[in-house]
Design a protein around this ligand. Structure first.
Ligand SMILES: [Zn+2]
Length: 52
């Protein structure tokens, strides 16, 4: 299970970041601009590899 997917996004600067990046700062805030309102985005669907 990967926690490096950018599943969070700051609603102010619009940058995406992962849960690991979120842990850098205490509390829930954007690691780039420090804004305290972030949203959780859906991770992209995993690509399926077609078996040949
Ligand atoms: Zn931000």
């Amino acid at each position: 299970m990967s926690s490096s997917e950018k599943i969070y996004r700051c609603i102010r600067c619009g940058r995406g970041f992962s849960q690991d990046e979120l842990r850098i700062l205490p509390g829930l805030r954007c690691p780039y601009c420090g804004f305290r309102v972030i949203e959780k985005t859906r991770p992209p669907m995993p690509k399926r590899v077609r078996a040949v």
